[in-house]
Ligand binder design. Structure first.
Ligand SMILES: Cc1cc2nc3c(=O)[nH]c(=O)nc-3n(C[C@H](O)[C@H](O)[C@H](O)COP(=O)(O)OP(=O)(O)OC[C@H]3O[C@@H](n4cnc5c(N)ncnc54)[C@H](O)[C@@H]3O)c2cc1C
Length: 316
């Protein structure tokens, strides 16, 4: 079958690869290509953050963990490292709903927690360097015979004019493309610093002044962050950068020396529930895969495989 995929972020590219592997022909149409998508801004670590509903997210996240872990071993050119780290808390917490997705999950030992913090989870997670990973996905898609075209659409009609089977991975763009008013931006700012001040990730989602996280990569480190629902500004705020550095300081080894080399902003595609479903009208089919919130990378392979199943079930 010939399929047009709308969107060239992590969702569109991953769907493209799985659909090509399943024997379809694929053309990806996107208004922005990497390095200009939201996916390029992602920190990006495996973690099911701000994506719902839990039951489906857990299945997609677990599957994606497995694929990313295999890629980290088999394809050093993909830019994925398995990194150990902790999520920290100031109160007692139960084990998280996603704990079975992570093979080495355990409670953190006191000596693994930053000073003043009382509890934590310890686990390993794939850290995905998006400036390397997205070109890797694009190359893999092209090698499988797919095409990537820079092209904006205003509605599904434009894609259906080319083929009856369309996959919609336009993230926040789906507000316009399919009129989905439930989508909302969750703005996030991050700093890229070098050299990496630590070799482990640390998440602190409960700091009073805002969230803080440290994600070391091969040559640099991402310090985050912010979660600002409903704000669609793409202008980095120097005041926010100062706050990020302040909140992360207690999480880092004392006296860590590093330099801020980049300050980025992106809009996570928030939605009350991730939309992976098919809509059929006569011979025309659209399979949606968007609205992944702060977890588009974390859910990418699981969702893409469900898209392939939906295409097989609904397209003729
Ligand atoms: C600061 C920050 C940190 C994050 N950290 C993480 C993390 O650690 N882990 C994680 O899993 N996720 C993280 N995320 C979330 C993640 O970035 C998103 O969930 C993910 O990028 C969504 O991918 P996508 O491919 O669906 O959308 P996008 O990357 O936004 O791609 C959408 C594509 O659709 C195209 N498009 C839109 N409208 C149209 C149109 N009308 N016509 C044609 N093309 C169109 C766009 O041009 C683009 O190519 C983070 C996000 C931010 C902002």
């Amino acid at each position: 079958m010939f399929i047009v995929i709308l969107g060239s972020g992590v969702s569109g590219l991953t769907c493209g690869i799985r659909l090509l592997e399943a024997g379809h022909s694929v053309e990806v149409w996107a208004r922005e290509l990497p390095p200009r998508t939201t996916s390029d801004v992602a920190a990006a670590v495996w973690y099911p953050y701000r994506a719902w509903p839990q039951e489906r997210v857990n299945v997609w996240a677990k599957r994606t963990y497995g694929v990313l872990e295999s890629l980290s071993r088999e394809r050093p050119d993909a830019g994925i490292l398995m990194i150990p780290g902790v999520e920290v808390f100031r109160r007692h917490v139960e084990d998280p709903w996603w704990r079975d997705s992570v093979p080495d999950f355990r409670r953190a030992r006191p000596d693994e927690l930053p000073p003043g913090l009382s509890e934590g989870y310890h686990f390993s997670a794939p850290v995905i360097e998006m400036p390397r990973y997205l070109p890797f996905l694009m190359e893999r898609l092209r090698k499988l015979g797919g095409r990537i075209v820079q092209r904006e659409v205003r509605s599904l009609e434009e894609a259906w004019a080319r083929t009856p089977v369309v996959v919609n991975c336009t993230a926040l763009g789906a507000r316009e493309v399919v009129g989905d008013e439930t989508l909302f931006p969750i703005r996030g700012e991050v700093l890229r610093v070098t050299p990496p001040p630590t070799g482990r990730f640390i998440f602190d989602d409960e700091c009073e002044q805002g969230i803080a996280y440290v994600i070391p990569r091969s040559r640099d480190c991402i310090l985050g962050g912010t979660v600002d629902e409903g704000n669609a500004s793409l202008v980095p705020d120097p005041e926010v950068a100062r706050g990020i550095l302040e909140r992360n300081a207690p999480l880092l080894p004392p006296g860590a020396v590093f330099e801020v080399v980049e300050h980025k902003v992106g809009l996570r595609p928030g939605r009350p529930s991730v939309r992976v479903e098919a809509e059929v009208s006569g011979a025309r089919v659209v399979v949606h895969d968007y609205g992944h919130g702060g977890a588009g990378v974390t859910l990418s392979w699981g969702c893409a495989e469900e898209v392939v199943t939906l295409v097989a079930a609904h397209a003729r």
